[in-house]
Design a protein around this ligand. Structure first.
Ligand code: SF4
Ligand code: SF4
Length: 368
């Protein structure tokens, strides 16, 4: 078990589906060769197919006996291709044609954006941003025959040593969230590194720092003062995604607080929800009903002029409220050889330039 565990909470009630997080992550880590199609952070509309297509129906994770569940490897077309656009013909050559992608897209990470539920009488959807969950029991780690994937002892972040990876892709099959990506140029897999190089410098993850909805809270789960501890452990309003997959995610979601059904204002969201409770239970597990009931009670308290500590926390107006990073404590918990490699305790490594995700993942804090 790691000495500390970094975690993230995302309040789905505040996500506006703007994809700023996706762009921030892409610019920071995945604009290199072979990375065009990959989004370590993606935002999908639910209900929907997601990215890669129908990832949540593919299996993976662990069964009740803690054996890896089988899962197919998603084909490349279920992720979509990196599209290229000839802006030059329009901007510099005076071409009149609209700027179109070099090929007609057949699938993309936000292919069914804003389409939502099938019920025309009661339309509903919400946005679900996703990163690697840095699971307590990572199926990807268990499946790797090369031991290229490991959990960092100091902060529980799951990383992939690309010098050890041989591109077998067992990790991608095993991950029930399909949050690893194969790079056909380097012939190695890649994944979200929870921006550990930023956290080591006391800077929040790029997706969190850029989020205009301020939906993301970051901290150490075992730190009682951190917002993630408060939301997950104290108030119990943040739940893991697909908990039945058995990997114990460390990314948690405040479930979407259902609006009233069309034409029925002021109804209780638990008694007459627009988002079917069965669907929310499928995504966030059996505790979602009581979580929503608790949140509704807090909302009523606030509407009646009272104070709700948890709603104040969820507003997350200031960065100091949303993030509690502890680079010194985390660095002190790192193995001696890692401390030596990253330099002075708490100093952290220099940030890698965009596109150097591979270098950062392999070199900083990696196993010898
Ligand atoms: S979400 Fe997938 S890739 Fe990330 S740690 Fe869990 S099993 Fe591994
Ligand atoms: S940047 Fe924030 S609000 Fe925008 S899609 Fe991402 S998580 Fe949602």
């Amino acid at each position: 078990m790691p000495k500390h565990q970094y975690a993230m909470v995302m309040d789905l009630n505040k996500c506006i589906g703007c994809h700023t997080c996706t762009v921030a992550c892409k610019k920071q880590w995945t604009d290199g060769d072979g990375q065009g199609y990959m989004y370590w952070n993606n935002v999908e509309t639910q209900p929907g197919m997601g990215y890669p297509k129908d990832w949540h129906k593919l299996g993976g994770g662990f069964d009740e006996q803690r054996h890896l569940r089988p899962s197919p490897l998603p084909p490349q077309e279920d992720y979509g291709a990196a599209l290229e656009y000839d802006y030059g013909q329009r901007l510099f050559k005076g071409g009149k044609k609209p700027v179109m992608p070099h090929e007609a897209p057949r699938y993309l990470s936000n292919w069914d954006e804003d389409m939502g539920g099938p019920d025309n009488e009661n339309p509903y959807y919400f946005y679900l941003p996703r990163i690697c969950n840095h699971c307590t029991h990572p199926a990807c780690l268990e499946a790797c025959p090369r031991k290229a994937i490991y959990k960092r002892e100091e902060d529980g972040i799951v990383v992939l040593d690309q010098n050890r990876c041989r591109g077998y892709r067992h990790c991608i099959q095993a991950c029930p969230y399909k949050k690893l990506y194969y790079n056909a140029v380097t012939r190695a897999s890649e994944k979200c590194i929870f921006c550990y190089a930023r956290l080591e410098r006391g800077t929040p993850n790029a997706c969190a720092a850029q989020c205009p909805g301020r939906i993301r809270f970051v901290g150490i789960l075992d730190d009682p003062e951190s917002p993630v501890h408060q939301l997950v452990t104290r108030y119990k309003v943040a739940l893991p995604l697909l908990p039945d997959k058995g990997t114990h995610p460390n990314v948690f979601y405040v479930p979407p607080f259902s609006p009233p059904k069309t034409g029925r204002p002021n109804q209780s969201v638990t008694k007459d929800p627009r988002f079917p409770l069965a669907y929310l239970t499928y995504l966030f597990g059996p505790k979602v009903g009581e979580t929503l009931a608790f949140l509704e009670g807090e909302l009523r308290t606030a509407q009646a002029g009272g104070t709700s500590e948890v709603l104040q926390l969820l507003i997350g107006r200031d960065a100091e409220v949303r993030y509690r990073l502890r680079p010194q404590e985390v660095a002190a918990a790192a193995p001696a050889e890692v401390r030596q490699r990253v330099g002075a305790v708490g100093g952290g490594p220099e940030m890698q330039p965009p596109g150097a995700g591979k270098a950062a993942a392999a070199q900083v804090g990696g196993k010898a």
